[in-house]
Design a protein. Structure first.
Length: 171
């Protein structure tokens, strides 16, 4: 059984500003700088588009108890995010994730739109973990982690834009 989700993230910056950051390799390098046991690749599927793939090994000490008991060891996660070219009013993107140790996957889409007072990103997708008894628990943990990660990302993007805007006005 899979778990579907949808949530919105409101930004104070314009859709064009948010898209410029989310398709900036410089931004993503700063995000993943110092990430432990991680491999990150960046590719551009076309002008104004970026695909970021993170593969990370998570040691058993960092895994919640119920999940650790099922795994019996470390977990390798692979997460990909891709944003397409900005088309004026907004852009679309996609994400996907999978893991080893637990048969699980997640996938979905992003829509970046203009909310009038700033940008709005809607994330819509599903997560599925095929583990008897604890699969639903792991799916909920993943959904919550994704929401928390994207909320943190929103804060980072807003900070990135503000810092660059203030340095441009000083020049």
């Amino acid at each position: 059984m899979s778990r579907s989700f949808e949530f919105d993230l409101a930004y104070t910056s314009t859709p064009a500003q948010v898209h410029a950051v989310l398709t900036s390799e410089e931004y993503w390098r700063s995000v993943f700088e110092g990430a432990e046991n991680a491999d990150v690749t960046y590719t551009s599927p076309g002008p104004g588009a970026l695909r970021v793939v993170l593969t990370q090994v998570i040691g058993d000490r960092s895994i919640p108890g119920p999940v650790r008991r099922v795994l019996g060891g470390e977990l390798t996660l692979s997460y990909a995010m891709e944003w397409q070219q900005f088309d004026g009013p907004g852009a679309t993107g996609s994400f996907g994730g999978k893991s080893t140790g637990v048969v699980g996957l997640a996938d979905g889409v992003f829509a970046l739109t203009d909310a009038g007072t700033g940008a709005l990103i809607t994330a819509k997708g599903k997560v599925e973990v095929k583990v008897r008894l604890v699969g639903g628990v792991i799916e909920k943990i993943f959904e919550q982690a994704l929401h928390k990660t994207l909320t943190h990302q929103r804060n980072d993007v807003e900070k990135w834009i503000a810092e660059r805007s203030s340095s441009e006005t000083k020049d």
